[in-house]
Design a protein around this ligand. Structure first.
Ligand code: ZN
Ligand code: MN
Length: 471
């Protein structure tokens, strides 16, 4: 049974001020209802003034997704009542959106490239936010700091065929938005997704307001199973809106979907039609992810996998370019394979790491002053300090303090002898031709010497010591 997925994505545009007023959008650490004015509170008589930057950001996205910008687009009122919407209508775009007909390239489940078509993008205002008071209160509170934040709604065609494809699409879209500098992915709720899903021949179900990528994949996976089970039992899938409960990983029925005519859309009389198609030609786009990935492979001679990982986040790509000069391949391995893992483990962002320090570390590795194992230890020391808010120590200082400098094998003769004496079974196995036993013995010596010895050299010394013992 074919799975069919289409997405509607609400992206908060990272402008300094709101869509129709001068209130600051940076309210993260501030008290509720402190970034408000008559316009974004919807007071009678207040008039909207369109934020030029928000339009420019919308056009950047449209251009990057290869869309056709309409000669004339128009704002409209979408009428509905909800406490987070003080005007009782949302200013959005309806039948004349900013741009139509774009594409995003992703990998399908077989690893082939495929196109997801973008139906349209349009500008609209974010509503406020309801705050539900815990402890069984009879009231909910409302915070209008978010009211009027510019959103770009991006609507796809139903071109995705699995929950995994949907996740890959969102990752790709997020990367493009970050490259364009129109979006702050670290901001909570800055990207919210409504997912439409149906199984072939059945009706469509909409899962509303999912606020994470993982959430989208989880919600869709749950829906595939739920809908298949219904159909298998001979029941029908109801056309409805469902709510994703992130914590439990399930969706629940929330309300029957409003029909479009329930919103009684009509043109917003306080804003003039938007004629910005001519502006698109003047917009310069930065290098986008695919181009940067290809350049990395050519310029630095690194693998497709490394190039893909490193360009998956513009900050990471910038970081790599700052440390690549010494030895691009070594830098790619350390940044993509080792540093990223250590950052994930500590829940740290690449922004917290000074590239200069990593360049120094790469220098020590390249000159063979330290071994890879010691390099990992130095890296961990540095990151632990960063994570704890302490200054990031120079790698050379750590090497000195912790005595991690690479030492010639001769210094370890005693340790090698001790390890050989303590592991007669492994020695026996090695003599009987089991090469794994040698790795085990070398590992023991590495452990004893805290990674300061070069493993290849140690392998030679251990094997020689055993051979000599045999004579
Ligand atoms: Zn305002
Ligand atoms: Mn919307």
């Amino acid at each position: 049974m074919k799975t069919i997925v289409g997405l509607e994505i609400h992206v908060q545009l990272a402008t300094a001020t709101k869509l129709f007023c001068g209130c600051s959008t940076d309210y993260r650490d501030d008290e509720p209802n402190t970034h408000c004015c008559p316009v974004c509170l919807g007071l009678p008589g207040a008039l909207p003034r369109l934020n030029r930057k928000a339009v420019e950001y919308g056009l950047r996205v449209a251009k990057a997704l290869d869309m056709e910008v309409l000669e004339e687009s128009e704002f409209a009122r979408k009428n509905y009542f909800y406490p987070d919407l003080p005007k009782a209508y949302q200013v959005t775009q309806y039948d004349k959106p900013l741009a139509v007909a774009g594409t995003v390239e992703i990998e399908d489940d077989e690893g082939h490239e495929k196109i997801v078509r973008i139906t349209r993008v349009h500008l609209e205002e974010d509503p406020g936010r309801l705050v539900h008071v815990s402890g069984g209160s009879k009231y909910s509170l409302v915070d209008y700091n978010r009211s009027g934040i510019p959103l770009l709604e991006i609507v796809t065609e139903p071109d995705m065929r699995s929950p995994q494809e949907a996740r890959r699409f969102l990752n790709k879209l997020r990367t493009i938005l970050e490259y364009l500098g129109v979006f702050d992915g670290d901001r909570e709720g800055s990207l919210r997704v409504d997912a439409n899903i149906s199984l072939e021949g059945s009706v469509r179900v909409e899962v509303k307001n999912i606020s994470s990528y993982r959430g989208v994949e989880k919600a869709l996976t749950f829906e595939v199973t739920r809908q298949k089970n219904l159909l298998r039992r001979g029941q029908t899938v109801t056309r409805e809106t469902r709510h994703f409960m992130e914590g439990r990983g399930i969706t629940t029925s929330s309300r029957s979907k409003e029909e479009e005519h329930d919103y009684r859309y009509f043109p917003e009389p306080d804003l003039r039609p938007l004629r910005v198609a001519g502006w698109v030609a003047e917009i310069d786009l930065p290098e986008l992810p695919v181009a940067r990935k290809n350049r990395f492979m050519v310029q630095y001679g690194i693998s497709l996998n490394h190039a893909r990982t490193l360009t998956g986040d513009p900050k990471l790509a910038d970081f790599y370019e700052e440390v690549a000069h010494l030895d691009p391949a070594l830098a790619a391995t350390w940044v993509a394979d080792i540093l990223l893992g250590e950052l994930n483990y500590r829940n740290m962002s690449i922004a917290a790491v000074p590239p200069g320090r990593i360049a120094e570390l790469l220098g020590l590795l390249k000159s063979e002053t330290i071994t890879d194992a010691a390099g990992v230890q130095v890296l961990r020391e540095m990151l632990d300090a960063c994570a704890a808010g302490r200054p990031c120590e120079m790698p050379a200082m750590i090497v000195k303090r912790e005595n991690l400098g690479k030492t010639m094998g001769d210094d370890f003769t005693a340790t090698v002898q001790a390890v050989i004496a303590a592991n007669p079974q492994a020695v026996e196995d090695y003599r009987n031709g089991k090469s794994g036993a040698l790795n085990f013995l070398v590992g023991q010596v590495m452990k004893e010497t805290r990674g300061r010895a070069d493993p290849r050299e140690l392998g030679r010394i251990v094997s020689e010591s055993i051979d000599i013992g045999e004579v």
